[in-house]
Design a protein around this ligand. Sequence first.
Ligand code: PMP
Length: 438
Amino acid sequence: MTTIFDTYESAVRSYCRAFPAVFHRASGAELFDQSGRRYIDLFAGAGTLNYGHNNPLIKRRLIDYLRDDGIIHGLDLYTTAKREFLETFESVILRPRQLHYKIQFPGPTGTNAVEAAMKLARKFTGRNGVVAFTNGYHGMTAGALAATGNSYHRRISAGLLNGVNFAPYDGYFGAEVDTVSYLRKLIEDASSGLDKPAAVLLETVQGEGGVNVASFQWLREVESLCREHGILLIVDDIQAGCGRTGTFFSFKPAGITPDIVTLSKSIGAYGLPMSLVLMKPELDCWEPGEHNGTFRGNNLAFVAATEAIRIYWSNNTLSLAIQHKAHVLRRRLRELCDEFPDGVLSVRGRGLFVGMACETCPQAARLISAEAFRNGVILETCGARDQVVKFLPPLIIEENMLEEALDIVVQCTRTVMHRLVKIPSADTPTPFDQEIQL
Ligand code: PMP
């Protein structure tokens, strides 16, 4: 069934190894394989399908555009689709939030937006260094990879990954260690060995790194530190943005205003490749074509993005629905975690960006994901040791489908955990000993 892929597709393929079905159709939060088997998708293309698979409202607009021979590829030429996107993004997203940004369309992947953001910060400040954070993930091309913590991804190019210094993210040493003070000391001490950077680059919730949530206070302190020292603050909102945490921009509830923001994944609304760099207008020091690319300005993605923004962000209905479903998801997962001894499983996240961490038995996360797949739910893992089960349902998932998927996840987690850890019975006086049986 998968022979052609196994024979011809490079060994670099990855997600298909965890979910080895041949998928054929998809709709909303459901995927169907070639034999018609149904899966509930709690992964949503790694946060790309916030509005679901083949969202019918967006599809209608795309079909009309295709039927009318609208421009599909236009380099970065002016097009009506681009104009409508810019007008809508400005009037529905930026203006009501009192955000003033110019917009750059880099190549359509997230990593390209990060490359552009880092380059722009370097050009504007005339400085080279960027501070990124432990467990951060920003992409696979050299510039963005230099800012990505994970050694599995870094190792091939390790010697070439320059210009980035890592600082500990919020909570890296536990809740009691204030990691902004540490970074402040490095920046303010002329003998620390850290040259003043062009920018600080961060995710407000680290997605690939394990659903690590920065506190609003930490974010505000990082912003103050940047302001005091003329360092640009770049928020990579590629995974946490476009509503994932409950608001369009993940940083907004923290009360910070980054100098540069990167967006990708769900900005293309229909799974269509697109990415954006938002920059404060005074930072726009690019010369024409200085960050060039053939596939900047995916017009079909502009059409989808415009429609999604109009439908979902002109009022707060979606935001409220995200909050409600996030509450359901968190409650169910907390109840599940409570079935096991303290600290074995724990829940974290913001909005519909949620992780269930298995810190003391990291292998559980992969096993839960595999068991869920066998039972018709798609769930990915993340974190340095793949120790976190990640929940990224489409934001538009119906509540009863979310509950149905969670019923399955609860059962699968029980199955895996009872196989993995020895749970003391009520009459056993010994403390939980986490005996790993595999
Ligand atoms: N930044 C973040 C925060 C991401 O989560 C990702 C993708 N997981 C990227 C950048 C890179 O995006 P892409 O895979 O589209 O290059």
